[in-house]
Design a protein around this ligand. Structure first.
Ligand code: FNR
Length: 374
């Protein structure tokens, strides 16, 4: 403590309210908005809030180590920044500021396919910081292959393939404001800069941006994909492959059978299917099904240090942080993202210690009570 009042809230669950006051309704609506009436986002929070930590005493927690082994990498903490597209709507430095913050704090940055800055510029800005790549599995195989090739050359070590977005959901906050940055060529930088994408255009992007946007929309995602397509991924990526958006244990088993390395239990922060199960409620079933065979990661609803604790206790090896870091970026650029990472990890470290644990791998479902009693 230096006596100076912090510029950002120490209770990270206050970030959304602060961002709503300070940032424009379009960008805030895009980040905060969910599918339908928001019921899945609320279920995400309810699932986290329902579980309660049961602190243990007298267990020598004076020395703690937050580091974990995840997908063959040693991470300083069980945390990565989730892939979040179109960050330039929140701050002019967009992905560059966020990636620099992740690198400065030693946390992996997951580059989104839908970033507003071409991936090479983002990775260039982050020195040798750990970077993973998130693929929106394009209908156009040449474009998907080119993305993977570029990501490899840009030093990405792990591939996350997002399966829960074969179509963009019904999102009232965006629809009501007619706010969709992609239609203005924002969040399309990886596509517009891609040689395989450009090869499908009659005229260069700058000469006919509308045609480029339409071409993007026509290939962005592919609702026809099935499990039979997975070997293609393996042929084009030699590092770890993680399927993002898995919620059913049978889907997790299929991922393991297909030779994948991990899954992210996630419902995209409630942005895709309204009325769906809270993500944390899906975690135990997936861990029971494949926890021995696959690395299980978690996102959707993580806001504070105790949320991280709860996800790890239920078997996740690490969590991805989404909206809170996007708000941090909007509020204070790179420093805002660094603040969010530092505050989250400091709170997690204290929660761990005060609950009687010195390392993330000591957490088990026994560290929690399921419904407020045990
Ligand atoms: C996302 N998410 C996302 N996921 C992905 O695989 N690729 C992407 O480009 C994006 N873009 C994106 C934009 C915005 C504004 C948000 C809020 C989310 C989903 C993200 O990776 C993660 O799954 C959720 O953010 C987790 O939910 P919470 O914890 O942020 O509520």
């Amino acid at each position: 403590m230096t006596g100076a009042v912090p510029r950002m809230p120490t209770d990270l669950s206050q970030l959304e309210a602060l961002a709503t006051r300070r940032l424009g309704p379009g960008p805030v609506g895009y980040v905060a908005g969910s599918a339908g009436n928001g019921s899945t986002e609320r279920a995400n929070r309810a699932a986290l809030d329902r579980r309660r930590i049961v602190p243990r005493m007298l267990r020598d927690v004076h020395e703690r180590d937050l580091s974990v082994d995840v997908l063959g990498r040693r991470l300083p903490a069980p945390l990565a920044l989730a892939p979040v597209g179109v960050l330039s709507i929140l701050h002019p430095e967009g992905e560059i500021a966020a990636a620099r913050a992740a690198a400065a704090q030693g946390v992996p940055f997951v580059l989104s396919s839908a970033s507003s800055t071409p991936m090479e510029q983002v990775t260039e800005a982050m020195g040798d910081g750990e970077r993973w790549f998130q693929l929106y599995w394009s209908k156009d195989r040449a474009v998907a292959a080119s993305f993977l090739d570029r990501a490899k050359k840009a030093g990405c070590t792990v591939l996350l393939v997002t399966l829960d977005t074969p179509l963009l959901a019904w999102r009232p906050r965006d629809l009501d404001q007619a706010y969709l940055p992609f239609l203005h060529g924002v969040g399309t930088a990886n596509y517009f800069s891609d040689p395989a994408f450009q090869a499908g255009l009659a005229r260069p992007v700058q000469e006919d941006p509308n045609a480029a946007v339409l071409h993007f929309v026509s290939m962005f995602a592919d609702p026809a994909k099935t499990w039979a397509d997975l070997p293609w991924l393996r042929e084009h990526w030699d590092g770890p492959i993680v399927l993002k958006g898995i919620q059913h244990p049978d889907d997790a088993r299929r991922a393991a059978d297909a030779g994948m390395d991990g899954v992210v239990v996630s419902n995209h922060g409630g942005r895709q299917v309204a009325g769906a199960v809270g993500a944390l409620d899906a975690l135990p079933g997936v861990v029971a099904a494949v926890g021995e065979r696959l690395t299980v990661l978690f996102d959707s609803g993580i806001r504070t240090g105790d949320d991280v604790f709860k996800a790890l206790a239920l078997g996740a090896k690490a969590v991805l942080l989404g909206r809170p870091y996007a708000y941090g970026l909007g509020l204070d650029g790179q420093s805002g993202v660094e603040w969010v990472i530092r505050a989250l990890l400091a709170e997690f470290d204290l929660t761990l210690a005060l609950a009687g644990y010195a390392r993330p791998d000591q957490l088990t479902p026994d560290s929690l009570s399921a419904d407020g009693h045990f």
